[in-house]
Design a protein around this ligand. Structure first.
Ligand code: CMC
Length: 441
């Protein structure tokens, strides 16, 4: 650290090979650890930094979401997630994330109407669905259809106009439940159901998923409320892999539809949004197996085995993920308030999850590495309980996270200092050498 009393907000870096030193500014965030501004490092010292997976690198500034991994806290625009799931709705949370403040009643009404009125897809888009194989994973359909939106909604492509940008963001939020529900309908050979203007965002999604020409779907308020909680909890999570993917893709000024499609692709991986599906598969495997829970824990600890406890551990949270706490509570609530929602099978899954959590949290391996249940550990049980099929879990995550993606995209595109993302590398390959003709190799 600098000893200069007038410049305490700096850090001094010395290259011990050359003896050259530089003083770099320290940025003070409103919350969280201080950050060294290393932008002049290469110019002044001829050095780059090495940080695989960006574990200690801030790639942008942001005013949207803050999380404290040590304390297990999450805030959207400063509001704690616990208060938002209790007091807010998904659509109000979407307004908050996108616009930066809690809406007045008239702002909320206007926003809700705008989102609802844009929920229809252009009819030709239906043909995209039928291009997929009948057993396609709904996430595969979603990546393709969202990417294709840029071919239909040209007037939203002026990313330099802030009004246009907000309209594109709202359009994506509006169309996502229709695309998500239709991915499921197509993959299950069911007719598409159109959105309705008299339903809330979440009710509309449930309606499009489950209504049948032969059997009208009546939205159960408890199910709708549970889905609201899941959606609010997944709406944003600062610079995670999929959000960083959206920022990176759009840093080249790629259109928002293509950039969000890239985010969906990144979310799909089992280390990220695909973990909720993987958790249920793991719990089902445990239930049908002769092997004990201990043997799964031992496998997860064995470095020669690639198996990990799904739904455990997090890059940032080194404490209980606050979203997991909320969803764990919701599982118990669903179980106690609705006899039918938590079926015998799902009750067994919940019991298995609770047992596994208890054993892992008491195990030295997990304690030492600060591995706690993350958001995905319990969210799958809730989704199964409210009738969402396994392969739709990550789709629902994507639908909720779209709000975060477009809010972060809008923030980045409005920032004059943002640049095309272009990380450096530490090259360890061959040094320069001459081409060898085929007969001399
Ligand atoms: N089971 C067993 N060991 C684990 C696990 C786990 N689930 N997670 C991390 N570890 C170990 C890991 O082997 C390593 O041990 P060691 O120091 O001896 O080499 C140590 O803990 C640190 O792990 P890491 O891989 O360096 O940590 P990371 O920050 O790179 O990875 C993670 C975070 C979420 C990818 C990882 O914990 C994981 O793979 N978890 C399971 C998948 C999962 O639940 N993903 C959902 C994430 S939350 C939803 C979201 O926001 O997307």
């Amino acid at each position: 650290m600098s000893t200069d009393k007038d410049r305490v907000n700096t850090v001094t870096i010395t290259d011990n090979q050359t003896g050259n030193s530089i003083e770099l500014d320290i940025i003070e965030p409103t919350q969280g650890d201080r950050i060294i501004d290393i932008q002049s490092l290469h110019n002044k010292l001829g050095l780059f930094t090495y940080d695989p997976g960006f574990t200690v690198t801030a790639s942008c500034w942001s005013k949207i979401t803050y999380l404290d991994g040590e304390k297990g806290e999450l805030q959207y625009r400063g509001y704690p997630i616990e208060q938002l799931v209790e007091e807010s709705s998904f659509i109000e949370t979407a307004f908050l994330l996108l616009c930066g403040h809690l809406p007045s009643q008239s702002e909320l009404d206007e926003f809700s109407v705008e989102i609802t009125k844009d929920s229809l897809l252009q009819e030709e888009i239906k043909r995209f669905f039928s291009g997929f194989h009948s057993n396609a994973h709904p996430m595969a359909i979603m990546v393709g259809v969202v990417g294709a939106l840029s071919a239909f909604y040209h007037k939203y492509l002026d990313i330099h106009d802030p009004i246009n940008r907000k309209d594109a963001a709202k359009l994506l939020i509006a169309k996502m439940p229709t695309i998500a529900a239709w991915s499921y309908r197509y993959a299950n050979g069911l007719p598409f159901v159109y959105p309705r203007h008299d339903y809330t965002y979440v009710e509309n999604f449930l309606h499009m998923m489950f209504d049948l020409p032969t059997d009208k779907y009546i939205v159960d308020p408890l199910i709708a409320q549970a889905l609201e909680v899941i959606m609010i909890s997944h709406a944003d999570h600062e610079q995670n892999a999929s959000t960083s993917t959206v920022r990176l893709a759009s840093s080249s000024e790629a259109n928002p539809f293509a950039s969000v499609a890239a985010g969906i692709a990144s979310l799909w991986g089992p280390a990220h949004g695909g973990a909720n599906e993987a958790v249920i598969r793991m719990l089902q495997d445990m239930m049908s197996s002769e092997k004990s829970i201990e043997s799964y824990i031992e496998r997860a600890k064995d470095k020669s085995d690639s198996f990990r406890l799904m739904g455990f551990g997090h890059r940032i949270y080194k404490n209980y993920d606050p979203r997991a706490k909320i969803i764990r509570k919701l599982c118990h609530r669903i179980g106690s308030e609705s006899e039918s929602a938590l079926s015998v099978e799902n009750k067994k899954l919940l019991d298995m999850a609770l047992k596994l959590e208890g054993m892992a949290l008491a195990d030295e391996y997990f304690i030492k590495r600060k591995l706690y249940p993350n958001v995905d550990f319990y969210s799958g049980i809730i989704m199964l309980s409210i009738g969402i099929p396994l392969n739709m879990f990550t789709v629902i995550f994507a639908m909720a996270r779209t709000v975060g993606w477009v809010s972060q995209w809008n923030e980045m595109m409005g920032d004059d200092s943002s640049k095309i993302s272009r990380p450096r590398q530490c090259y360890l390959g061959a040094t320069k050498r001459d081409y060898i003709p085929m007969d001399e190799r």
